[in-house]
Ligand binder design. Structure first.
Ligand code: SF4
Ligand code: SF4
Length: 108
């Protein structure tokens, strides 16, 4: 299998809202730094920047489609773990390819 396509992509981190339960925040005993999340409603929080008109997670560094990295890869929230682990295994789905298309990248 060729190299992990996510390393030169990052499109999903600049396309979708990333919401998760506040129990994943450091202050609640989880691992996601509180400063990178914003409250939504009730126990729901959202990665900062992912609901902007042009979404881009505050933890993402680099240039989408060229070279990107998640600044909190080890501590990223569950939606990111579930989403990002599929593409490298050849299980890219519609959401992955929609994100890629949004950034002018070919489907996997
Ligand atoms: S999961 Fe898909 S959209 Fe996200 S970085 Fe990997 S290849 Fe890109
Ligand atoms: S936390 Fe990391 S993997 Fe999740 S959207 Fe942000 S940059 Fe992407």
């Amino acid at each position: 299998m060729s190299a992990n396509p996510c390393l030169t992509c990052g499109a999903c981190c600049a396309s979708f809202r990333v919401d998760f339960d506040c129990s994943e925040l450091e202050s609640e005993g989880g691992r996601v730094p509180d400063g990178l999340a914003v409250p939504v409603t009730g126990r729901l929080v959202r990665m900062r920047g992912t609901d902007h008109a042009r979404p881009r997670c505050a933890a993402l560094s680099g240039q989408v489609g060229v070279k990107t990295a998640c600044g909190i890869h080890e501590w990223r929230p569950s939606p990111c773990r579930e989403f990002g682990e599929r593409a490298p295994m050849g299980l890219a789905d519609d959401a992955c390819n929609r994100a890629r298309a949004r950034h002018g990248l070919a489907p996997l």
